[in-house]
Design a protein around this ligand. Structure first.
Ligand SMILES: NC(=O)c1ccc[n+]([C@@H]2O[C@H](COP(=O)([O-])OP(=O)(O)OC[C@H]3O[C@@H](n4cnc5c(N)ncnc54)[C@H](OP(=O)(O)O)[C@@H]3O)[C@@H](O)[C@H]2O)c1
Length: 206
């Protein structure tokens, strides 16, 4: 990363709400946020005691289920960006997240879905296994939020940050992507107003 980029990142004191903060990708991204930025993080997760607070001066934890509107809306107070890293009933989770954002006046949402939801991976037919990922993306795309949907390939633990992006409507390239690459992209999206707004991004190793 160039010095200018780092300086720009450090100037932006974003308040970021991370939903599903105990997820594998969310934990990796939390580490990158703390290492590379001055963002203040709210880690929203079920059973908060599972995740020790990595830096109490910048991080707080909220125990909650995304389907619990009251707790979710309370956690949204004072935030700038929501980064949703969820799994399971993702349609309901997306509906609840969007409704809570609208109710609390939040606009910017980064949402992790999956490659394959538009049939965009050459030679692959994922069908019903991807229904939750397809459905949550449809909910978000139908909202008027300032969203970016991420469609990652299979996660790898390759240390390298090296990735390529394909837009909705283009064939997905490759099959996998490192957690570090995804975290790099998520941090940039969170800290760069307007970046890839209302886009759905396929992300794979370069
Ligand atoms: N692994 C891959 O190669 C790959 C590829 C493409 C896409 N993806 C998708 O990318 C997303 C992120 O991946 P990941 O590995 O970070 O997922 P993960 O480790 O399964 O994390 C998802 C998190 O969502 C939380 N969650 C589920 N329902 C919730 C609710 N109602 N309220 C609050 N939190 C809830 C889970 O909490 P609990 O810990 O409490 O259950 C979990 O910590 C997932 O949807 C995954 O399927 C993965």
């Amino acid at each position: 990363m160039g010095e200018r980029t780092l300086a720009t990142r450090r100037e932006a004191m974003a308040n970021v709400l991370i939903l599903g903060a105990n997820g594998q990708l969310a934990r990796n991204t939390t580490r990158v946020f703390l290492r590379d930025t001055d963002a203040r993080l709210t880690l929203y997760l079920r059973q908060a005691k599972r995740l020790p607070n990595p830096d109490p001066s910048r991080v707080r934890s909220v125990e909650g289920d995304v389907l619990d509107r009251k707790t979710l809306e309370a956690a949204m107070a004072g935030q700038d960006v929501v980064y949703a890293n969820l799994a399971g009933d993702m349609k309901k989770q997306a509906e609840n997240s969007v409704a809570a954002m609208l109710a609390t006046g939040l606009r910017r949402l980064i949402f992790i879905s999956s490659m394959g939801i538009y049939g965009e991976v050459p030679g692959e037919r994922y069908r019903s296994v991807l229904d939750p990922y397809r459905d949550c993306a449809a909910v978000i795309e139908a909202s008027d939020l300032d969203y970016t949907i991420i469609r990652p390939g299979w996660f790898t633990r390759d240390e390298k940050v090296s990735y390529q992006i394909t837009q909705k409507g283009e064939p997905f390239k490759g099959h996998d992507v490192s957690l570090n690459s995804l975290s790099d992209l998520i941090v940039k999206l969170v800290l760069t107003p307007g970046m890839e707004s209302r886009h759905s991004l396929g992300v794979s190793a370069r």
